[in-house]
Design a protein. Structure first.
Length: 164
């Protein structure tokens, strides 16, 4: 019973903060609502027993929002520049798309509502670590080399030459 209360309250938090992202005119407030929404998603992962996804969500996304807020304030500077128009002229079409998607998701939810978990959720970080450092070690290291090459390429292409 307590699990359902936590799940539904976090779901409401995620939905309301996502609405705050879209409806806020201030870019800093919008990005703070985005951070709250992503933190709520991390809470949903924690309540479902997905501790690896919880940690990844906090480290990657929520901390990335803190950096986003810092860059918005640093780059825009003036308070008058922080107020942006969030809604365009096609909001009615977007509302129609959201309604159709919501109806489809509700139909899918009704089909799977009878599905019940047969095993309690258990942390899987240890198992993921064993896979990354065992069976998937070579692909994991190759991905790190690809990311390193992308980082070096980004530094190379953004570097400017001095005329002196």
């Amino acid at each position: 019973m307590l699990d359902q209360i936590v799940f539904y309250s976090l779901s409401v938090l995620v939905l309301l903060s996502a609405l705050g992202v879209v409806l806020q005119r201030n870019a800093v407030h919008s990005s703070l609502f985005l951070g709250l929404s992503l933190a709520g998603v991390a809470g949903l992962f924690a309540s479902l027993g997905a501790d690896f996804l919880f940690g990844a969500q906090i480290m990657v996304y929520v901390s990335g929002i803190a950096v986003l807020v810092m860059f918005v304030v640093m780059l825009l500077g003036r308070a008058s520049d922080l107020h942006l128009r969030q809604v365009n002229d096609r909001w009615m079409a977007a509302l129609l798309v959201c309604a159709v998607a919501s109806v489809g998701l509700l139909k899918i939810a009704r089909l799977s509502s009878a599905t019940v978990a047969t095993v309690a959720a258990r942390p899987g970080t240890h198992d993921i670590g064993r896979l990354f450092l065992g069976q998937w070690l070579v692909p994991f290291e190759l991905i790190s080399l690809v990311l390193l090459a992308a980082l070096l390429g980004a530094v190379f292409f953004t570097r400017t030459e001095n005329a002196s």
